[in-house]
Design a protein around this ligand. Structure first.
Ligand code: ADP
Ligand code: ADP
Length: 228
């Protein structure tokens, strides 16, 4: 099953004469950890924002589980846990509340959502933060909490935009281990954006490399190692 079928996507921001995405075509199979790698300004976030319907493409098509995304905007919140690169603090919510409400909003019963909250607090090692307000957390703590929130409710797809920025090496490794486990146990499709080739090599199975708005290559990690 194809989760994403991106065909010939072009994105110009208003007033810009240079495209932020130029004719991007790629497919993402269900159950893959798929990396999108590129330096700053390569067009990664622009592509991802179109894939979660936060941004309209100038031209091209994005199919999500076989449906044209722009005609089926409700599919994204139903199926995707998205963590943007930059986010506001989860104001007025404690970590406990953020996890519980997100799981409940994503269709879990109150009882299941309570269990989900406990599972996530343990898994992501944030039990000590449970009563804190998100705005009171450090950058690294917030990122881990955001990851746990993205994963709440066990949606089939996770899209994470540079999720390990500002994490120390131990926390980074924890994130990679948890994501690998989630993919292996539940078949969660994970789309992982990074500017760090070494990180990409650690976690992804397939990868698309963007540069200056263009897709340079797409393939399995072993295929690409023979080229680079
Ligand atoms: P990346 O995520 O790979 O760092 P982006 O998708 O953020 O790259 O940016 C791609 C290009 O589009 C860059 O040249 C960036 O300056 C430009 N860009 C991003 N967002 C906007 C915007 N809202 N308006 C105009 N240009 C933008
Ligand atoms: P990202 O790589 O996630 O896009 P940025 O720092 O590039 O992070 O962008 C932060 C915000 O600024 C985003 O909302 C983006 O759309 C906007 N932005 C980025 N580049 C430009 C630009 N050249 N002109 C206007 N807005 C931009």
């Amino acid at each position: 099953m194809l989760v994403y079928d991106v065909q010939d996507v072009v994105k110009y921001y208003p007033g810009q004469t240079k495209a932020a995405n130029e004719h991007i075509t790629l497919q993402i199979q269900e159950g893959t950890i798929f990396g999108i790698l590129g330096d700053n300004g390569a067009g990664k976030s622009t592509l991802i924002r179109q894939m979660v319907n936060l941004l309209q493409s100038t031209s091209g098509s994005i199919k999500f589980y076989g449906h044209e995304l722009k005609n089926n905007p409700q599919l994204v919140p139903q199926l995707v846990g998205y963590m943007p690169q930059r986010y506001e603090a989860l104001n007025n919510l404690t970590v406990d509340e953020a996890l519980y409400f997100t799981a409940h909003l994503r269709g879990m019963t109150r009882n299941d959502a309570r269990q989900e909250r406990e599972r996530l607090l343990k898994l992501w090692q944030i039990e000590d933060l449970r009563h804190k307000y998100s705005s009171r957390l450090s950058g690294g703590q917030q990122r881990i909490v955001r990851l746990a929130v993205a994963a709440a409710g066990r949606l089939p797809v996770l899209i994470l935009d540079e999720p390990t920025n500002d994490l120390d090496p131990l926390r980074r490794k924890m994130v990679w281990d948890i994501l690998r486990q989630l993919n292996a146990d539940s078949g969660t499709t994970i789309i992982f954006i990074t500017h760090d080739a070494i990180e990409a090599e650690k976690i992804v199975q397939r990868i698309a490399i963007l540069h200056d708005g263009r897709l340079l290559v797409e393939g399995s990690l072993s295929e690409l190692k023979q080229i680079v």
